[in-house]
Ligand binder design. Sequence first.
Ligand code: GLU
Length: 435
Amino acid sequence: MPTATAPSPYKTSTGSSTGPNGKAGSHVDFNAITDQQFLRAADHMKLEDEIQLRLRSPYREMVVQVPVRMDDGHLEMFHGYRVQHNGVRGPYKGGIRYHHKVDLPEVRGLAALMTWKTAIVGVPFGGAKGGVTCDPTSMSRAELQALTRGFMQKIDLALGVYRDIPAPDVGTNAQVMAWMMDEYGKKHGYTPAIVTGKPVNLGGSLGRDEATGRGVMIITVEACKAYGINLKGAKIAIQGFGNVGSWTARLIAKLGAKIVAVSDVHGGIFKEDGLDVDKVLEHVKATGSVVELSGTRAIDNEELLTLEVDVLIPAALGGAITKQNVDNVKAKLIVEAANSPVTPEADEALQSKNIPVVPDILANGGGVTVSYFEWVQNLQQFNWSHQKVIGELEDRMLRAWKAIHARSVEERTPLRIASYVEALDRVAQATRQRF
Ligand code: GLU
């Protein structure tokens, strides 16, 4: 009989790797992280062994090779993945990541996160993730398009409107989704519901672009209320200024909070009395980065994490806060906008310092929630207004927050365990009903 302490059937290799900013750091095994978090929660709720075994193992994993003729004429072979973790609550759902560090264990861990995330926000999807090991920042538009179409052809047979629906993630965007939809359409005919996060012109949903950041904002507002932080005038630092980080900054600044620091892969900027987020956005549009905005002090990504702020929002890559730097974290609250930005050791250290952490599967569930709305609109060929989208999003995020916060208080357990327990409960129930 398997037990809660049984080793993961998916042990992965260890070795050195680089951190989110390309800096040398300790190896972060994302699958091991999600597995540990799963086990802590399963243990807490005394989940039966057989259900644990079923929920820990991914349903299907695809590894594909994608040859691409590069602009200079040479042929490059890219490695791609699609992991379908669990589909008891509905079709597999999750983004496609383009990043030079993508590997199978990472995609596997991220796929599991999607299963718990869709359960928490109450959308009828399972969990999946995909990725291609590549550096999209150094590829031309033509190369990216060829890679995307080649990848789509290879994973086509695992996808379907009621089977598995990709979306954007780190390194991909609405344009990549448009190519994926187009490629799928060549074989199957017009099928907008095959991917979400498309351009609005091609069947994308209003409000999808801002959805993850809006969800992070909604949850940050609630968490500040719960932990006695006055958001008006509160100091906020955000690591990462991509889709999620920039939308979070915009929406939280509108509420009167001071965004004192933001960063991207090139570095960060700091301003004691708060950055003008619109100016930062303009600067990024003009220069491609937040760095060197006039009137700000240059900081690096590491310093950003250790600033004396009320709320720290890691919105870049996983493994940002580790046992190496956690002792320097001075924030009063951490909201995980990225997936897996806090390692389990760092999580425990924060817990012992009484710094609450709102976990990824709760904080960043807004993206997949609006993906669900997009899918529904595509199936019905009926478009919603922006107002309807953000209203329904707020409703679901608040419901998720209330259930998890109440559980955390009642069971005197951190929000991460409460979130996992809430998710496992729902997925386990569907599992018991099916088998
Ligand atoms: N990539 C996003 C996430 O990690 C969105 C996934 C989706 O919309 O399917 O939640």
